[in-house]
Every structure is written in structure tokens, then in C-alpha cells.
Design a binder for this molecule. Sequence first.
Ligand SMILES: [Zn+2]
Length: 255
Amino acid sequence: MPPQKTTAIVIRTRDYGEADRIVTVLSPEAGRLTLVALNARKSQRRFRNCLEPLSLVRLTYTEKPHRDLGRLDTCELIEAHADLRRNLHRLGAAACLAELAGEIIGAQDKLTDIFRALETALSLLSQGVPPDSILCSFLIRLLVLAGYGPRWQRCQVCGRPPSGALWLNVNEGTVICQSCRPSNDGRLYPLSFGTWKLMVLAQSLPPAKLSRLRFPALAARQTLALARGFIRQILGRELKSFEFLNKIGKGEGRG
Ligand SMILES: [Zn+2]
């Protein structure tokens, strides 16, 4: 197969064999690619500074028939997002969003949107927009792109838009108003009306305008808890990056 060119965001890397690295990237055309960067640990010259997770790069790669791993041929740094690495909260938020974006790549028609959403979030985090708000806004946006979210507008039971506190059913991806809530369903996440309004805005605003949404502490806590619930539902496990958030004192023990 001839070499392919693409823009990509580096999601993660790990050592492979004596001298190589395995690089997982997200491409707007090809989705998630797992590529081996031959000799990347011995020779710095070829892939200099471009294999750091969260970097935006331009690369060429060659896919091998009947092999899972393609070969990374060339890689050139476009944007290192250096400023988001200088702050643990920004880095934690970026790591969660990159990991989620890398996991929900399934629906081919949403690839470009998922890639753009992640790149926008990384740029905003680099610029210093509050990381909690970016994390919440873009977790919601990525979950919507993964196919969750369209049923958050109205109560699942009575069909009315909520007007007060409400509940989110993670298993079904629906909301239930206070008066329709069944008495003993432990799988419902409580949402304040303010949190619900922010979620609906995060679902519908164009990505560039998501930078304007601000999640106060309660809304951030509720959004993070339900995002974790959804992600467990979708992936069958937690995001590894949530552990990092826990360590730096964000998102601990909820949901
Ligand atoms: Zn209702």
C-alpha cells in the first residue's frame, strides 16, 4: 500500500521492543491509528519532539496487509500545546478528553467532528480557559458525538421540558423530571436545573462557542459524575485518565 498522509493528534505512546515506540493517534480521515515508530527511542532525529501525547502533528504512514500495526514513516509537529502541560488541571482535563475521543471512534461519519472537538478543547486548555468547564463541556460534546444526548431535552415519562431538579437515567440516556421519578431506582443521577441547562447548551452550541460556558462547582461535579456513568456504560470500564484527575483532587469518588 502507498504511504498515506494525515493530520493527527497523538493520544498515547508506549515502548515496543528494544528501540521502537507504538504511537496511537486520532486522524480526522482514518480514525484511530496504531503505528509503530521504528527506532524512535534510539534515534531522536526522525521523530524529534513530535510523539508527545496531545501534540497535533502531520504524518505519513504505511498500512501493512494482515497486520494490526501500520508503520509511522514521517512525523512533523504542528502544535505541541505546551501551555497545557504546565498546569496539572489542564493536563488532566486534556488527558480525559483525548482518551475518550480515542475510544469512541467507531462512527465513521463523526470522525471529523470528534477530531475537531478534541483539537478545539486542547487549544482552549492551552489558552487557559478554566479546565473544569472545558472538561465538562467537551465530555458532553464527545458523548453526544458518540450517539448519546439527543434525548436529554424532555422528560422521558411526561414529555415536558424540565422546570426544576431532575434525574438522569444513564442506562437509557434519558432524563426524568422530579414528579415522574420512580420511587426506588438507584441508577438515576441527580441533576440540578442549572446543570441540565448547561448540558443542553454543551450539546447544541458550535464547538468554538463552548469556550464561553462556565460550569460552577455543583454543575461540574454532577456533569463529571454522569459522564463517568455514561462512559462506564459505553466502554464497560472507567477512563484511565480519571485516576489522574482523582490524584490531583478533581472528580474523586463520585458516581
Ligand atoms: Zn416528567
